[in-house]
Design a protein around this ligand. Structure first.
Ligand SMILES: [Zn+2]
Length: 103
């Protein structure tokens, strides 16, 4: 066991300082954070938590999104919604319409 992170009261693994909701739905295999096992179908994503999240949300995207990723057959829709909003919120960095902070 040499993986950084902590097992909280839930007994689940979560990296230090990570608020990534992906860790609520997948866990490392043999302490290897690059191999994350899906809680729902048992599929192991070998590209870390980012890949696992792509595996979970893939079914909700049309077409060729994440085409190298196997989709999850068992993930509940509400989990997909949580992960999608997290992922999309991270990706969208608004460059226009800067919000001016006034105090
Ligand atoms: Zn899965």
């Amino acid at each position: 066991m040499s993986v950084e992170g902590s097992q909280g009261s839930t007994g689940r693994y979560r990296p230090t300082n990570s608020n990534d909701p992906g860790w609520d739905y997948g866990q490392p295999v043999d302490g290897n954070r690059d191999h994350v096992k899906c809680d729902f179908c048992g599929h192991v994503s070998k590209g870390g938590i980012k890949r696992l999240k792509q595996h979970l949300v893939k079914a909700s995207y049309k077409g060729t999104m994440y085409k190298d990723v196997r989709k999850c057959d068992k993930v509940p829709q509400d989990v997909v919604d949580v992960l999608r909003s997290f992922m999309e919120g991270k990706q969208k960095i608004p460059k226009r319409n800067k919000v001016r902070k006034t105090r």
